[in-house]
Design a protein around this ligand. Structure first.
Ligand SMILES: Cc1cc2nc3c(=O)[nH]c(=O)nc-3n(C[C@H](O)[C@H](O)[C@H](O)COP(=O)(O)OP(=O)(O)OC[C@H]3O[C@@H](n4cnc5c(N)ncnc54)[C@H](O)[C@@H]3O)c2cc1C
Length: 492
């Protein structure tokens, strides 16, 4: 049996662990933290719980495809609730739009806001659906080894959409500011500005309006638990509180890793920890990418998060609520162009206890507030408090209620925590942005070119940020490992 050591237990590592163990590798996962899931860990406090990272369960077909590879269904492990409304967007006081759970209903809402927009939305969504079928059902399952992977008879017909951007495409069709912002929102998950994201990536709009937003009962963490259970059923061993501090290489082969001060022999190393961090565990001559390379890349934002327990139910909000009442371009500039704390931030709030009673004691509410920020900016308790006050004041004003005196407790998480908890480069929250020049074969590679048995997976490599891509990344890297380190292949 070939022994493989996996760094980290985020979604990409968990996915790879399942595939590799099923194919007969001896897999051990070393996770520096006390629990699995990486950025998707769960926090429990005073009878409340919080998904610390991902809260939007999008692209259910990708999860189904993952579990189907093991002859399972997501429902063998967790139940899904389709949210209706999927989410709500505040554009000002008493100025809010709810996005419902079907395209038909959303078209009606659009028509009420801008005459003629429902037909335009229908056409836009037809394109988005086609792109989803090309990209998410096919292209993202390619390993990013060669540019030829992207050239298919279908993508050739879409070249104009690679040359244009989501921003341009949306503005060409709609004039109302609210509709434009709603349609630009989904690509924010890819980590870059809509004005820098190719129009082809409208497949994210299909994920949003076409497929809908789901909540796994007990939260995103139930997906982590499901994958750990699946991995264990194939014999994967999990070692927690186990930070890997070095990868040792002899004659271009990784021979051992240092875990909590002890050397552990291994035949293959796969890292699902942040790519940049993993390379720092190697001697400099075995690293593929320089500091300058990382510095030049466009990273997805970091975030300031607050996990808050309220002693009452919160009114006038949905499970997912976006606060787009300030200028998006000014906030985006502070993330991407002139890294700084935004004067007036957009923010997102999630109230999972609106849907799922397990998140908060009866009559109370669990809330997560998130402000996207430039990676690497100075972070301190003081500045976090300033922003908590700032967004709660706006929240009270916009949603017409007093909440500040109802905060039972709050925990925060920001740039410094992303670095200390996950070894994240500059404290990025969700990896390397998916811009045109950071897509597929242009992303950091799954296989090291300098160390023959070293591999990478996760949101800094192929295909990119987000939970569904992390599942796919684990599958892709496990296929590469299998290709290069011959072992009997079971067909999926
Ligand atoms: C706040 C936030 C909100 C998000 N919202 C969404 C959402 O709603 N929907 C969505 O689809 N996606 C969302 N994402 C993105 C998604 O969560 C990530 O893309 C995905 O979880 C990344 O998985 P990963 O396996 O690449 O990395 P990670 O989850 O970061 O896993 C890496 C693991 O490696 C461990 N590690 C690091 N260094 C070492 C070491 N030296 N030794 C051992 N272990 C180590 C870390 O502790 C961590 O557990 C969000 C992310 C964040 C942070």
């Amino acid at each position: 049996m070939k022994e493989i050591s996996i760094l980290g237990s985020g979604f990409s590592s968990l996915s790879a662990a399942c595939y590799l163990a099923k194919r007969g590798y001896g897999v051990t996962v070393y996770e520096k933290n006390a629990t699995p899931g990486g950025r998707a860990r769960q926090l429990s406090q005073e009878g409340f719980k919080f998904d610390m990272g991902p809260t939007w369960y999008w692209m259910p077909d990708v999860f189904e495809r993952f579990f189907a590879d093991f002859d399972k269904l997501p429902s063998d492990y967790y139940a899904l609730i389709k949210l209706n409304p999927a989410y709500q967007v505040y554009f000002g006081k008493d100025d809010t739009v709810k996005i419902e759970d079907s395209l038909e209903k959303i078209m009606k809402s659009f028509e009420r806001i801008e005459k003629g927009s429902s037909l335009e939305l229908y056409k836009f969504m037809k394109m988005a659906q086609e792109n989803y079928d090309i990209a998410i059902k096919n292209l993202v399952y390619r390993p990013g080894v060669s540019p030829l992977e992207l050239i298919t008879s279908q993508t050739i017909q879409k070249l104009d959409q690679f040359a244009s951007t989501i921003s341009r495409e949306v503005r060409r069709r709609f004039t109302n500011r609210k509709l434009i912002q709603i349609l630009e929102f989904p690509v924010l998950f890819l980590g870059a500005k809509p004005s820098q994201t190719p129009a082809f990536y409208s497949f994210m709009n299909q994920a949003d309006f076409g497929l809908g937003t789901f909540h796994p009962v007990n939260g995103m963490y139930s997906v982590v638990e499901a994958m750990v259970k699946l991995a264990e059923s194939f014999g994967v061993r999990f070692v927690y509180n186990a930070a890997v501090t070095a990868i040792h290489v002899k004659s271009d082969m990784a021979t051992s890793i240092t875990v909590n001060g002890e050397d552990v022999k291994t035949e293959i190393v796969l890292s699902g920890a942040d790519y940049h961090h993993t390379e720092t565990l190697l001697q400099p001559n075995y690293r593929m990418y320089s500091e300058d390379y990382w510095n030049r890349k466009i990273f997805a934002p970091s975030s300031l998060l607050f996990y808050v327990g309220f002693d009452k139910k919160i009114e006038n909000v949905c499970h997912h609520t976006l606060f787009f009442d300030v200028d998006f371009d000014i906030h985006a500039e502070s993330i991407y162009d002139k890294p700084n704390w935004p004067e007036e931030p957009l923010f997102y709030a999630s109230f999972p206890s609106k849907t799922d009673e397990s998140f908060a004691p009866k009559g109370q509410e669990a809330a997560v507030f998130l402000i996207p920020l430039a990676p690497g900016i100075a972070d301190s308790e003081k500045i976090r408090s300033v922003y908590f006050e700032k967004i709660l004041s706006r929240f009270e004003h916009l949603t017409n209620q007093k909440v500040k005196n109802h905060v039972l407790f709050k925990s925060s998480f920001c740039v410094n925590d992303f670095v200390s908890e996950y070894n994240s480069y500059k404290g990025n929250a969700y990896g390397l942005a998916n811009t045109l020049f950071q897509t597929a074969f242009l992303r950091p590679k799954l296989k090291s070119k300098k160390v023959k048995n070293l591999y990478f997976t996760g949101q800094l490599t192929v295909p990119g940020p987000g939970v569904p891509p992390a599942l796919i990344s684990g599958k892709l890297v496990s296929e590469l490992i299998q290709k290069h380190h011959n072992i009997t292949i079971e067909s999926n």
